[in-house]
Design a protein around this ligand. Sequence first.
Ligand code: ADP
Length: 501
Amino acid sequence: MMQEKLSLLNRISDELNSDLHPDRMLQRVLSLTVAHLNATTGSVMLFDQDNRVSNYILQQEDLSSEMADRIVGTVLTEGFAGWVLNHGEGGVIFDTRDDERWVIYDDQPYDVRSAIAIPLRRRQRILGVLTLVHDEPNRFTEADLLLLSAIADQAAIALENAQLFRETEQEREKLSAIINNTQDAVLVTNQENRILLLNPAAQEILGVDHPGQNACLSEVTDNEELLKLVSPASPTAGEVSLADGRTTWGTVTEIPGVGRVTVLRDISAYKALDKMKRDFVTAFTHDLRTPLATVKGYIELVRMDGPITVRQEEDLDGITRAANLMKSLIEDLLELSRLERLDELTREPVHLENVVQSSISAMQPMAQSREIDLTMVDDRANVVVEGNSVLLSRAVSNLLDNAIKYTPAGGKVQIKLDQQNGQAMVSVVDNGPGIRARDLPRVFEKFYRAREELDTTPGTGLGLAIVKTIAEQHSGRVWVESQPEMGSSFTIALPVAENGS
Ligand code: ADP
């Protein structure tokens, strides 16, 4: 007998492990248990988190669905399964006619005289109730309850595993549907740059149907920009141009233990729009130059034409100031658009010290007229970068111009040249009014002017945008550190020339 029980438990355990589909698995367990305990038939009722019946599995398949619904409804509220659920323990009904826990229907398709039921319990929660019935009374014993409870323990664990597996599977299907249907190209590569996943958009971009198992990215594409972006040492975002003329913006995210996820988004439309905008601004600005020169010419003519009143003189000064500001605006805009269109900089070794010295000489008269002490500190000779000295002088002069312009008379402006970790750094430090935290991230934007009192300081809001573009053209960057009332410090960092210093 003992031997038989063990063999039944073994067979059930095999069944439980052989199928991860919850319904099929329970159906088989039910058949084995019904056969072994010589029951007429049996059922498993499963509950959701709110103890509502989520599934009803019958060994007897020929029960009409309407009948099944009725049994489920009644049994839970007044029947035996409801009793098991509420008491959290199994029970035996020796004779259904003497036991109130059994609900008898007039049109029940089969006669039930005895029954046995056990909860499927996992971590304090009852996942379901397994019930076996017989058409004769006194066919189940308390000893059967022990065996059934051993079966139920195993079934509950397998059921939970199957449900977790199904949830994971559904999550996986959802994610794969998203990845496969997104317009963005998604490629996942491992540490050795071998392809783990390409979604359809990525396959289209790379022109491959199915890359070979574990293919290396460099075997399926020769797109230099993409290979550089995905390689571990590269920056984590950048433009990638495709062979068909489209431009994409790629971002790379490191996923520890997996590799790198690269997402390429088509930005061709934005690029075209941006180009249109720039072409328009350039053409328009260019055309403004002639009428502006005419306005300035007429101002001079009016002055030469004869005596004018003091009031007229003031008006002409106002017009001249406005015309001059407009001229700087036009020049800055044209310069910026020239810089942005510059594809490749012609580079030559540039001694930064010369750049700094010539900028200081150019700005010294302005500093003196505004009573600003302009000096160079930490004089480091021989810092050499690759680039264009005219553009670099322009960038440094723009920083000096701002520092002198915004610092009140009597203030100090210092320029420092330094070299650290392969980076040459030019800093312009003033003890002027400083910049508020909320303006700091925006001062390098085109046309952004920070302070309200700027009405009194002429400017175009383009000076720092020009500095930033020049720094980036030289593979460098520019940043600012500043606090209100504490002055500002702008730094341009550029890679030192390979054979420099
Ligand atoms: P602008 O023509 O207005 O000087 P910029 O692009 O050169 O344009 O500068 C943007 C803004 O950044 C300025 O309007 C000013 O508010 C702020 N700024 C730049 N340099 C300094 C500085 N040295 N001290 C304080 N504010 C500054």
